[in-house]
Design a protein around this ligand. Structure first.
Ligand code: SF4
Ligand code: SF4
Length: 67
């Protein structure tokens, strides 16, 4: 079970993201990307993720699921 982001529900803003600071493993990253509709993307580093589920409960848009 790994976290998956529903990008339709996510504003993709590092400043307001609650999942990034909540992750105990530092496994959630914001990457600026001018090609992305909102100027950046939020991605998971599955090598670091311990599948704890904290990002699911902290996500401001209920946009993360473990699948
Ligand atoms: S907390 Fe969730 S919905 Fe909000 S910006 Fe972060 S990943 Fe996106
Ligand atoms: S499941 Fe846990 S370790 Fe994995 S990205 Fe979410 S908060 Fe971080």
């Amino acid at each position: 079970m790994k976290p998956q982001l529903d990008e339709r529900k996510c504003p993709m803003q590092a400043q307001i993201c609650k999942a990034i600071p909540a992750c105990p493993e530092g496994a959630i990253l914001y990457i600026a990307d001018e090609a992305a509709p909102l100027g950046g993307r939020i991605v998971f580093d599955y090598e670091k993720c311990n599948e704890c589920g904290t990002c699911v409960t902290e996500c401001c848009g209920a946009a993360i699921e473990l699948k």
